[in-house]
Design a binder for this molecule. Structure first.
Ligand code: IMP
Ligand code: MG
Length: 178
């Protein structure tokens, strides 16, 4: 697997340190709130798992799945709910937890969809932000790292379902997907 990686952008130590910082920020911001983290399957899972343990507050988490890119490195532009939340979020303080914001189409859709369920507040936490490809006005409230327009894998991010289990985030070699 490692042979398919052109360059490591963020290693395990870097990721761990940044997630701890985000956890501390969220812990400070959500004292006394009814916090629910909504992890987006499947890419958001490693980040969600680490982030919840970096937050020193009572919280719940739930999971949602939306349609993904399939075996392509480009966004299809359509979003569909494949698995919805188990519980309601009315009057609760929601943080959506995603692996990456690219065009913003996924989060734009999710944000609008969850807003219609009348939460008290809704914010976005993402491990990575790729602002150069943005089509929607989405500003993550908690962002691990900003990256240029490269296709990355690892720490939940996949290509054709693979590489999610890499403990680091790296750039995939172009010959792997071209
Ligand atoms: P958006 O809707 O274009 O913002 O895309 C969000 C989704 O696209 C993420 O949840 C990822 O599944 C996928 N994605 C975007 N960029 C990358 C990347 O560089 N590597 C792997 N997946 C990506
Ligand atoms: Mg994905």
């Amino acid at each position: 697997m490692k042979a398919d990686i052109k360059e490591i952008l963020f290693n395990e130590v870097k990721i761990e340190q940044r997630v701890l910082e985000l956890g501390r920020q969220i812990s400070a911001d959500y004292q006394g709130k009814d916090l629910v983290l909504v992890g987006i399957l499947k890419g958001g899972v490693p980040f969600l798992a680490d982030l919840i343990r970096a937050i020193d507050l009572p919280l719940e988490y739930d999971l949602m799945a939306v349609s993904s890119y399939g075996a392509s490195t480009k966004s299809s532009g359509t979003v569909k709910i494949i698995k919805d939340l188990d519980a309601g979020i009315e009057s609760r303080d929601v943080i959506i937890v995603e692996d990456i914001v690219d065009t913003g189409l996924t989060l734009q859709y999710l944000q609008e969809n969850l807003k219609s369920r009348r939460p008290n507040s809704i914010k976005i936490a993402t491990m990575l932000d790729k602002p150069s490809q943005r089509k929607m006005v989405i500003h993550p409230d908690y962002n691990g790292f900003e990256i240029p327009n490269v296709f990355v894998v690892g720490y939940g991010l996949d290509f054709a379902g693979k590489y999610r289990n890499l403990p680091f985030i790296g750039v995939l070699k172009e010959e792997v997907y071209s």
